[in-house]
Design a protein around this ligand. Structure first.
Ligand code: XIL
Length: 344
């Protein structure tokens, strides 16, 4: 008898170890939208589809709603892919977060070919067309992306700032977006705000200046491409400071690379994982500590590790695990860090 019991217990343990762990739907643990990003090519991937619709309640187009896709070199527009993403979101009951209207990194050939008043007219028409097309569906828009200089010292000089003035190009973009879509929450979005406190401070001063100038900035987007080496406490400190405006906050593109480029890294994989999950838990807890009305959404930049933009290109060593699901679709320790903080 005793041995039968022992055998049964043994069987149960074996089953627990070999059965794939079924993670609770992340969205069911949160009172705010939990987002990920999507490319139309992923809609035909059954595993992506299952994970995206089971765990997430908001969708950001990864790149096909950006100027780089929609605007052609001769100024014509191409709406097929962004429309498919919007339709997918509608069809699966996901809220749509739209990105991005003006981004220094996309100094588009069409805008490069324009001068004088024509530049301003086309700038307005681009924003009116893109923001107008998804008005009524997009809960929010990243209106200006990454305006702060890399080192955090001042703002980026770009095609749009040169033509329309520093601050001026942003104020104009927010005003045009507001006119095209009166309902959407309009975001200023940037990265390294937690990683680099100087950049975080410059960003928040910019938000203050734009608001003073009357620009309809309605939300703060922090991409949160987290550097797992940042000192404990720094991430939470930024989220607290950002909250002082009373505006909704969007963790808009969370990922946390385990890779350290260049320098020799003596740590074990377990040590790196622990550091990653501690920083991600800190960010998630800081987001959870916001007043409910300020929790716009919590978005991760991809579903599986293999979907991550960090796993594309020549620097990829095939091992990084910056997201919530691994290549087989199983939850990563980072999933547990987020789910744990959502549940506390
Ligand atoms: C990246 C996407 O992941 C790529 O697929 C696309 O080609 C370029 O943009 N900061 C941002 C995001 O604001 O829009 C970027 O996404 C990642 C860095």
């Amino acid at each position: 008898m005793a041995s039968t019991l022992a055998l049964a217990a043994c069987d149960r343990n074996a089953a627990a170890q070999s059965a794939p762990r079924v993670a609770p739907p992340l969205k069911s643990l949160a009172a705010f939208p939990v987002g990920t990003c999507a490319m139309t090519g992923q809609f035909d991937d059954p595993q992506w589809l299952e994970l995206a619709t089971r765990h997430f309640s908001q969708l950001t187009p990864e790149w096909e709603m950006k100027m780089e896709y929609i605007l052609l070199a001769d100024g014509r527009r191409r709406w097929d892919a962004p429309d498919r993403i919007a339709a997918f979101a509608r069809g699966h009951g996901l809220r749509l977060h739209a990105t991005t209207l003006i981004w220094y990194a996309q100094d588009h050939p069409w805008f490069k070919s324009l001068t004088g008043e024509r530049f301003g007219r086309e700038y307005d028409r681009w924003i009116a067309d893109a923001a107008g097309r998804y008005a009524g569906q997009a809960a929010g828009w990243d209106v200006v992306n990454e305006p702060v200089a890399e080192d955090g010292d001042g703002l980026r000089d770009c095609l749009y700032s040169r033509a329309l003035g520093q601050d001026g190009y942003m104020i104009r973009a927010f005003e045009q977006a507001r006119a095209a879509d009166p309902q959407a929450v309009l975001f200023l979005n940037d990265y390294n705000l937690e990683n680099n406190p100087r950049k975080g401070a410059t960003f928040l001063r910019l938000v203050e200046r734009l608001l003073k100038a009357g620009a309809p900035v309605g939300g703060i987007g922090t991409q949160s491409h987290l550097d797992i080496e940042i000192p404990a406490g720094q991430t939470a400190a930024f989220i607290r400071e950002a909250a002082q405006f009373g505006l909704p906050i969007h963790v808009s593109e969370l990922d946390a690379s385990l890779r350290r480029d260049g320098a020799f890294d003596p740590r074990t994989p377990k040590q790196k994982r622990d550091q990653q999950t501690a920083r991600v838990a800190e960010l998630t807890e800081a987001f959870m500590a916001l007043p409910p009305a300020q929790r716009y959404a919590f978005t991760v930049w991809g579903v599986r590790d293999t979907d991550s933009w960090l796993r594309r290109g020549d620097k990829d060593d095939g091992k990084d695990s910056p997201l919530l699901f691994d290549a087989s679709g199983a939850p990563t320790p980072m999933f547990d860090a987020v789910a744990g903080a959502f549940s506390r």
